[in-house]
Design a protein around this ligand. Sequence first.
Ligand code: PA5
Length: 450
Amino acid sequence: MLKFDFTYTLAENVQGGLGTAEIDSYSTKVEEFLKKLDENKPGFVNAVLTRKWIDSVNELSDFIFTFDNLVVLGIGGSALGNIAIQNALRPANWNSLSVDERNGYLRIFVVDNVDPDYLSSVLDCVDPKTTLFNIISKSGTTAEPMANYLIVRGLLESYGLDPKEHLIFTTDPEKGVLRRLGRAEGIRMLEIPPDVGGRFSVLTPVGLLSAKAAGVDIEELIIGAKDAYEKTINSSLWENPAALIAVTHYLHYLKKRNISVMMAYSNRLYYLADWYRQLWAESLGKMYDNDGNKVHVGQTPVKALGAVDQHSQVQLYNEGPDDKVITFLRTEQFDREITIPKIHENEPELAYLGGKKLSTLLNSEQLGTQLALAKHGRPSITITFPKIDEYHIAQFIMYYELATVIAGHLFNINPYDQPGVELGKKITYALMGRQGFEEYNYSDSAQKRV
Ligand code: PA5
């Protein structure tokens, strides 16, 4: 199991830490909430407790493995989980390896933005004849994946390729234009569980297809997520990582620590911090509470990479405003190891490094940063991966999804909606001339007022 260490978030170890009694005072509230949650499980939990979604992906195996490349087109919750899994569980040079070195698994590209330079450069890397495009959109209407879909479809047609032999639509089982087009044209489709929102959907077909295509063991992902859920439901507060993440972050927020930094001491884990940024920001940043009061709550998530950001951000974390709680991600075991050669043994500035493992240096840097922060009275949490594999990555995902929902309960807000995002989408539709969205053309009315 993942190891969670809350030592440096407690007042007995860090000046700015939390009292144990303060944390304890939330145990009943959290335990009652988890009991109710278990009786009426959220969609993202049900999704890993059934075979339905994983089977739907497995059924496409024969089709997927006829291709050399998979390009995912999606944004936000329809992209970030794919990126996080790919980066954590496949080496950074995966897409440069030969098909034999990849054991026949596919190269994976995830295109989220609508930046023409970016999309063009990805499309330059793939031969459309050997490429499968997975268009992921829960709503089936979001401007970015739809624009990228139209471009890709145009490309396929320009090559004289049959779009239905190169496309998969991953979308709501009933709603949206993708579902309608897919049905009309006989395009292969995957369903996103209707009760699972984008940022909670990585362990549904949204994230499982690209994972499978890259040779990730998706059965093991599901096992890891289930184990994290069981642990969360069956543990009292002090044994419960998801609950402790929620309560400690909530209490730090009340102490004006309105920034949550996730600092990964592993390039492979860095993209989990990106995934977390969306989950925490979009779920908890809300204007209204559940009683309709205007509250403007939310903790700004920030990602950082150790040791790189020690030379960029950590000065601020140590001596700047005391407005942050830091979560470190580290791993005990790297897949590959490098021993630093013993060269220049007469130079003390270099000699101490010779013969040491590079991973020892990285993990020492993590501990050094944490201890320096503690000296400055700055709280932190550490999450240690025994190794970076499917089982532990999925645990991390499930723990954080649950922590987000528990934090939503503490903040008394709805963690599942995103009205701010939806408004931006509507205004974009209006600006781009989509019929039915004229009332959102605020720029027109602003100009008229001028
Ligand atoms: O978490 C969310 O709901 C959002 O970030 C969505 O994932 C994002 O806006 C993309 O939406 P869709 O999948 O409907 O295209």
